[in-house]
Design a protein around this ligand. Structure first.
Ligand code: BTN
Length: 262
């Protein structure tokens, strides 16, 4: 597997046909002292998702992990995650699929007239915020008050059959009814990610533009319980601000469901 065509991003490309996990491989490279590498694969056999979940990795997907060593505090890591989500949306748009971001970093297709046989019912899924097309998993290591490295892993369900994906997920193939040029999408992903990673102040505005969560009624399950209200903003580290009947709450991490529009 190689990446065809050139990208503007200054990353060394390590392309694999199949790996257990591109994030795992990027971490190995970090341990060897490497940086500015993009590990990409056509298939993952042990892909990892957020919250200790797996990530289904059939051939034809886009699995990419970018290893960086930004001279920044660990509190800035979520900005790179948001940049990964924006870059994934741009990559999907580039091959003809309109997508948006569900806080914090799920890339979602809202249309319910797609070719997905695997949904759990249009009303339900659109009520929950559409079908998941891509996700981002960031892993970091810190030394003192600086990040020593950061791996941003992006998985896009590209040319894969939605039937092999978990319920509520879809793919570019499932949405378009035909396959996309993975190389085009991968180049766009890397270029847009590089652009945002080099200009952290641009990340939040770009994220807000594509966020489908803002202005929606949401329910977020956090470690301290459930918060329900209207999502009104995202603050610099990527925290969601929710307007509730008892005042504004800010949540840093949690499972977000979009509630039915009323
Ligand atoms: C999520 O749970 O939404 C995040 C999924 C992230 C999956 C990607 S695929 C490329 C990289 N390698 C992994 O093992 N995981 C990430």
């Amino acid at each position: 597997a190689t990446l065809q065509g050139s990208t503007d991003a200054p990353y060394a490309i390590e392309a694999h046909e199949s790996v257990p996990s591109t994030n795992e491989r990027a971490r190995e490279l970090a341990a060897l002292g490497r940086t500015d590498v993009a590990v990409i694969a056509d298939e993952q056999t042990r892909g990892r998702g957020r919250r200790d979940r797996g990530w289904t990795g059939p051939p034809g997907g886009i699995y990419a992990s970018i290893l960086l060593s930004p001279d920044r505090p660990p509190a800035d890591a979520p900005l790179f995650t948001l940049a990964g989500a924006v870059a994934a949306v741009r990559a999907c748009e580039d091959v003809g699929v309109d997508a948006g971001i569900k806080w914090p970093n799920d890339v979602i297709v809202e249309a319910d007239d797609d070719h997905n046989e695997n949904g759990t019912g249009d009303r339900e899924t659109s009520g929950r915020g559409g079908r998941k097309l891509a996700g981002v998993l960031t892993e970091t290591e810190t030394e003192g008050d600086r990040l020593s490295w950061l791996v941003v892993g992006v998985g896009i369900n590209a040319n894969v059959d939605p039937g092999v994906l978990p319920p509520g997920a879809t793919s570019l193939r499932g949405t378009l009814g035909e396959d996309v040029d993975r190389q085009v999408a991968i180049r766009e992903l890397l270029d847009r990610f590089h652009e945002l990673a080099s200009d952290p102040d641009a990340v939040l505005p770009a994220w807000r533009e594509r966020a489908i969560t803002l202005g929606r009624r949401v329910r977020v399950e956090t470690e301290d319980g459930t918060i329900e209200g209207t999502a009104v903003d995202v603050t610099r580290p990527g925290a969601l601000v929710i307007e509730t009947p008892t005042g504004r709450r800010t949540v840093h991490t949690g499972e977000c469901s979009h509630l039915r529009r009323v």
